[in-house]
Design a binder for this molecule. Structure first.
Ligand SMILES: Cc1cc2nc3c(=O)[nH]c(=O)nc-3n(C[C@H](O)[C@H](O)[C@H](O)COP(=O)(O)OP(=O)(O)OC[C@H]3O[C@@H](n4cnc5c(N)ncnc54)[C@H](O)[C@@H]3O)c2cc1C
Length: 458
């Protein structure tokens, strides 16, 4: 439990204005996008790495849980203080420190908003591809800590593929630098990869060295509508088989489209049960040819309608349904349970069939949308959280979904992480030996278990 004396010591580090203790303030840091709420004892807002290190040392001295927080947009409860303690909000570490045009790298502080960073590098003709749908508010540090992905992952990979190095405050308060500004590095264990995706359990990221690439010259956006999700899923496989790697290949199923249609008043072709949003980028000279091949793949699988945007405004219109999917579903299914599974992309049709069977078996409405091009589906179960029987059926359905995912050689999280929401299911994915190795790493780096306890394993 935090005492007045400890609060005074924290105040000595960050100053009175950057220590929050009132209930009204604390409640704002008690939840993330996963929706569960646990109150912290205090929130600190450090100004620099030195202050972060001092806070970590204090937390160790008093054995207090320390929970790093970016924008709090995580879907797995990662930044929620499930065992109370001190939330360390990194919002004041929000500067782009360097954009190096010659070496194609940038150095940023952790609370730079991803979309802001992308806009800045694009002004210089450079490109940072990872694009979580939350990019307008989520942070580079949060993205690194969760291993965030996004629609462009199908071609460009995810956040971890763009991190060359990190400055980290370890769970015992030392400041270390992993990786560096070189593209190659073969000097012992890859500590950068260990930190990425560690969800704030192995240290606090205070600086990131980011790899950039040249901005593609051209882009083409398309949509196709189908009579069934399976037709759309088969099209995804056919596009990839035709040796085109789209930037984006997103799938929306019937129930998702119904929410979007009602919320945004969109007109959809009659009989539509699934939509694909497809984007390609690169040399403008080859884009038309690739778009032709994509149209052929859509037609072969019985597409009802196929559209190609002629300019940016038309592209924005084609994106409307995909961008509106999550908010529309939240509006009509406020208590929905969202899962984030990933399977090898040629198993998407099989996964869709399994989801239909699970929906029938448990008498639940399920809607799926997401990054079909990389096999990552956001599976949403409609529930009334006050209905205990329905919640019990949903729990069983989640287990069936994860079982099917693992059987199809997939993973129970593609990009949101395990946090606290998926911790009970980790054993469905990893063996005892694998979990044991992860726990041994955690114990070696964080002997007092102060960094974000209650996450991943509990
Ligand atoms: C509408 C919406 C759309 C979304 N779309 C996507 C999507 O397309 N792809 C995707 O991957 N995710 C998506 N997300 C989930 C979420 O935005 C990502 O998980 C994101 O990476 C979280 O960033 P954050 O800054 O909000 O981090 P937080 O939620 O604050 O924290 C996430 C985790 O990282 C840890 N952490 C944060 N900062 C640090 C740090 N500096 N050092 C150490 N640990 C830290 C926290 O302790 C926590 O465990 C979406 C969320 C919403 C609400």
């Amino acid at each position: 439990m935090i005492t007045h004396a400890i609060l005074k010591e924290l105040e000595g580090v960050v100053g009175i204005d950057n220590l929050l203790t009132s209930r009204a303030n604390l409640v704002c840091y008690s939840y993330d996008a996963a929706g569960q709420s646990f109150m912290p004892d205090a929130v600190v807002l450090p100004a620099n790495t030195g202050e972060v290190s001092e806070i970590v040392r204090l937390a160790n001295k008093y054995r207090l849980p320390l929970i790093p927080r970016g924008a709090g947009s995580g879907f797995a409860g990662g930044s929620v203080p499930v065992k109370s303690g001190i939330v360390i909000h990194l919002s004041r570490l929000n500067k782009i420190l360097e954009i190096d045009n010659e070496n194609l790298i940038a150095v940023v502080e952790p609370c730079v908003v991803t979309g802001v960073f992308q806009d800045e590098v694009e002004k210089l003709g450079l490109f940072y591809p990872p694009d979580p749908a939350s990019l307008k508010f989520s942070t580079m540090g949060g993205n690194a800590s969760t291993g965030a992905g996004g629609p462009r992952a199908v071609k460009y990979g995810v956040t971890r593929d763009y991190i060359l190095g990190l400055e980290v405050v370890t769970p015992t308060g030392e400041i270390i630098n992993t990786g560096g500004k070189t593209v190659k590095r073969a000097t012992g264990y890859d500590m950068t990869r260990l930190m990425v995706g560690s969800e704030g359990t192995l240290g606090i990221i205070t600086k990131l060295i980011i790899r950039l690439i040249p901005l593609p010259e051209g882009k083409k956006t398309m949509t196709a509508f189908f009579r069934s999700a399976e037709d759309a899923a088969r099209t995804v496989s056919d596009i990839i088989k035709s040796r085109i790697v789209p930037t984006t290949l997103e799938l929306l199923d019937k129930n998702t489209l119904a929410c979007v249609k009602e919320n945004l008043g969109m007109d959809l072709p009659e009989e539509t049960s699934a939509m694909l949003l497809i984007e390609i980028d690169g040399d403008p000279l080859i884009l038309d040819r690739q778009a032709g091949k994509i149209r052929d793949a859509c037609r072969k699988n019985g597409s009802i309608e196929f559209n190609v945007a002629g300019n940016k405004e038309e592209a924005d219109t084609l994106w409307k349904a995909r961008r509106g999917a999550s908010p529309s579903m939240l509006k009509f299914w406020p208590g929905k349970i969202s899962e984030d599974i990933v399977v090898p992309r040629n198993k998407i049709p099989g996964m869709i069939r399994r989801l239909d069977t699970i929906s029938d078996k448990h008498n639940l409405t399920i809607a799926s949308f997401g990054h079909a091009g990389d096999g990552n589906l956001h599976v949403n179960i409609r529930v009334d959280k006050k209905n205990a029987q329905e919640m019990k059926r949903a729990e069983e359905a989640i287990k069936d979904i994860f079982r099917a995912t693992v059987e199809l050689e997939g993973a129970i999280s593609g990009e949101h992480g395990i946090g606290m929401s998926k911790a009970p299911y980790l054993k469905m994915q990893l063996s005892e030996t694998e979990i044991g190795m992860m726990k041994a790493i955690k114990k070696a780096l964080d002997p007092n278990n102060i960094m974000n306890p209650g996450k991943i394993f509990d």
